[in-house]
Every structure is written in C-alpha cells, then in structure tokens.
Design a protein around this ligand. Structure first.
Ligand SMILES: Cc1cc2nc3c(=O)[nH]c(=O)nc-3n(C[C@H](O)[C@H](O)[C@H](O)COP(=O)(O)O)c2cc1C
Length: 205
C-alpha cells in the first residue's frame, strides 16, 4: 500500500492546521481533566482488546507494538466500503463524512465484547478527531463502564477533539491516559509505547 505523503506543507495547503490544530491544546487539557491516569487494580490482568483503524499503516504499527508488549486480542476496524487509497480523495471524503456527521457502515464486529475489561482504541487523527467509523462502532456497541485507552497517530494535531468525542460516545467508560505520536515516528515508537504502558501499570520491568 502506498503511504500518502503527509508533510506539514501539504497540511497547510489543505488548511488542516488552521482547522484541526486550533483549539487542540485547550481541548487536550479539557479532555485530560476527565482522564484517569492511574491504573486500578480491578482492571489489571483483565482481558484486553486492541481495536484500531489504520488507513496507511501508522496506527497499525503502534497497535502491533502494544500487542507485542502486553498481548491481548487485536481487531482492525474496517468499513464495508474501503476508503480510497488516493490521498486527496480520502482527505475529501473524511472531511465530508465529518461535516455530515456520517456513520459509515462498518464491516467489523466485536465478537464477545463481554469478555473484555479493557479496550484500546487506536486511530489516525482525521480532521481533528477519530475517523467516523468509530462513531458508528461506538454507537453500535455499548462499552458500558469498561476501561478505554486511546492511542492516536497524527501529523501535528495530537488527539485533537477525539478524547471529548470518546467521552461523549462512551459516557460511563473509564478513560485512561492515551498515547499519541506523529505517524512518521510510529515505526520507532516502541520505547515510548512501553514507557506509557509502564505508566499505566500494564507493563512491568
Ligand atoms: C483524511 C485524513 C485526515 C487527516 N487529518 C489530520 C489532522 O486533522 N491532523 C493531523 O495532525 N493529521 C491528520 N492526518 C494525518 C494522519 O493522522 C496521519 O498521517 C496518521 O499517522 C495516519 O495514520 P494511519 O497510517 O494509521 O492511517 C490526516 C490524514 C488523513 C488521511
């Protein structure tokens, strides 16, 4: 799969930074006001699901690093109609879906949701939040009071508004401190991923 080129220049040309970065810091701070940083004993050792969406492979790399370090089940969120590979087309489609508050049809089902205590949710930042298929998924499946741990790859906007959106979609969930990295650094993120997992109490040593 050809990796789209996501340079800072490209982003400014498409007004991404103006649109997506504005308010990111404030949003980030607000989101973390509601985020639990400590791992609680009752969730530890529970069954874990690493659920992720990745269009060009960056987020998948982080998902694999998490999985390599702590195990759990991996599940890729896929849409019924795959997103176009062409960069401009996917950018336009994602923007349209967000503006229309669309719920793209998803092909992925979560088998045995009840068996998981902890769900990692990984995504690329698309126009300042999660790709819309996550909205479809999280409205279809009630995660209840499970523990949700987000991770995100991006090209500068970090989590954007995604944590607030997650909080809204999963109002009873316990949202733990997430991990974010630039997509271009995803392949080399293992050390930072492990440090984050250690901080959550999920990885020892
Ligand atoms: C449709 C689309 C929208 C994007 N919007 C943003 C954005 O708002 N802010 C940002 O920092 N990066 C944005 N990016 C860059 C991606 O978040 C980044 O390249 C990410 O690592 C891609 O992950 P993936 O390889 O798992 O798909 C966007 C990329 C695409 C394709």
């Amino acid at each position: 799969m050809k990796q789209p080129i996501v340079s800072a220049r490209h982003f400014s040309r498409r007004n991404f930074l103006k649109y997506a970065v504005a308010g990111t810091l404030a949003a980030h701070a607000a989101a973390f006001a509601n985020v639990t940083t400590a791992w609680s004993a009752d969730a530890k050792g529970g069954n874990m699901l690493i659920l992720y969406f990745s269009h060009s492979g960056n987020t998948r790399k982080v998902a694999e690093q998490i999985h390599g370090s702590i195990g759990g089940d991996m599940l890729e969120l896929k849409t019924v109609v795959p997103y176009p590979q062409d960069y401009d087309s996917v950018v336009d489609q994602a923007q349209r879906e967000q503006k229309n508050n669309a719920r793209p049809r998803i092909a992925t089902e979560i088998p045995n949701l009840e068996k998981y205590d902890v769900i990692f949710i990984g995504f690329p930042n698309w126009w300042g939040s999660m790709p819309m298929p996550f909205f479809t998924l999280l409205e279809k499946y009630d995660v209840g009071d499970r523990t949700i741990i987000p991770f995100c790859t991006h090209e500068g906007s970090r989590f954007g508004r995604s944590e607030q959106d997650l909080r809204r979609l999963c109002p009873r969930a316990r949202l733990l401190k997430g991990f974010e990295t630039r997509g271009s650094r995803a392949a080399g993120a293992q050390k930072s991923v492990d440090a984050w997992l250690r901080g959550l109490g999920l990885l020892t040593g």
